[in-house]
Structures are given as C-alpha cells and as structure tokens.
Design a protein around this ligand. Structure first.
Ligand code: GRF
Length: 200
C-alpha cells in the first residue's frame, strides 16, 4: 500500500518531529515524511531534519508582518510541491487562520501539552500545578478553527510529583509526547481514528 505523505510543521527544536520521523523510518509505517517546514529559518529542528536527510523548508513568518494569509500562502507552495496529504503540527507556535485550517480539515494534527479540554492555550504546566492536578499529560487532536479543541486522537498521562515545577513537569512529559504522537500517527495514517491512551 502506498505510504501517506506527511509534512511536519515546527517552530523550534522539533523533538516531536524527530520522534515522528524516526518512527516513519520503519518499513511497516503507513506514512512517510515528505517535508519538514519551519516558520523560522533558524529553527534547530531544521538542522536535525537535514541530518536525517529529510526534505526541509523555511518560511519566515516575520517577513509577512501581521498578514497571516500571506504567510500561509507562502507555506502552501512548499506544502503543495511536497505532495503532503497529512500535516503534523509539532511545536508549531503560529496560530493558523480558519481558511488554512479549513483547507486541511480532517488531515491536520497537533500535539498539545495538557489533558484537553483542560488547559487549552499556553503555560499548561504552570496552570496544571496551580490547579493542584494529581495528573498531567498531553493530547494529540485534529486541528479545527477553535484553538486546541478538535477531536481527540490520543492522550498520555503522567503523575504530578511533589516539588514539581513547570520545567520538571514539561521534562517528564516530553518523552510521553514522543511515544504518543507516533502511535497516533500510525493509526491515523491507516484510517483508524480510535483514540490512543497511554498511562505512563
Ligand atoms: C512541546 O511541549 C509540545 O507539546 C508543544 O511544543 C513543545 C515543544 O515541542 N507543542 P518540540 O520539542 O518542538 O516538538
């Protein structure tokens, strides 16, 4: 069966991109990486993607100022040229317009560092601690126009430990993200939308 073509969008170090790319290197994976695209040319993830021999591109959002539509039109070109069929947002920190999302509806995934629908938006680790949560986690979901609220495709959970700080919580959660996202993409790329649950 032909492998689905996946573009991964990053803004920074791309640790989730690496986890996805490494998993897609396996012969039995239903998908393959067709592009790693960053909104910042200096994104460290681009260096790591090149080291893996992956196709990369950068579209600097700062060149477009407040014109989100123009930035997204500039991203659409390398995405179309790559033949991308699925988009994985992985540490991608730009808010996308409803128009761009509509063009990819049902084919765009994101990983968010909280147990959605708890704590959409930023600073999730600090907010989970402030709320006195006994557990924390991450969610992979389909991207819809409403931020961090599309259909849930998988979640991984960890215990909050005494003395945890936002940094220690984030550090303990990241390896769980690297387990969850690849597991979800394998199912999603094979047309299976049953949610993945990982209890760390
Ligand atoms: C991670 O916490 C991820 O959940 C969020 O961005 C952070 C950095 O991700 N989306 P990465 O290391 O760049 O993949």
């Amino acid at each position: 069966m032909r492998r689905r073509r996946v573009a991964i969008l990053i803004s920074g170090g791309g640790s989730n991109m690496l986890a996805l790319a490494r998993d897609m290197a396996a012969a039995d994976h239903p998908a393959e990486v067709c592009l790693v695209l960053a909104n910042r040319p200096e994104a460290g993830g681009l260096v790591r993607a090149r080291e893996l021999g992956l196709p990369v591109a950068a579209v600097d959002h700062r060149a477009f100022g407040a014109d989100r539509a123009a930035f997204e039109a500039a991203m659409a070109r390398p995405l179309a040229e790559s033949g991308a069929e699925i988009l994985c947002l992985a540490g991608f920190m730009r808010v996308l317009t409803p128009r761009f999302i509509a063009a990819w509806e049902g084919r765009m995934l994101n990983i968010h560092p909280s147990i959605l629908p708890l704590f959409p938006g930023l600073d999730t680790h600090a907010r989970a601690l402030a709320a006195g949560m006994a557990v924390h986690g991450c969610t992979v979901h389909e991207v819809t126009a409403e931020l961090d609220s599309g259909p849930i495709l998988g979640q991984a959970v960890i215990a909050v430990e005494a003395g945890d700080t936002p940094a220690s919580l984030a550090a303990r959660l990241l390896p769980m993200e690297h387990r969850l996202y690849p597991a979800v993409l394998r199912r999603f790329a094979s047309g299976d939308r049953r949610p993945v649950a990982i209890l760390g």
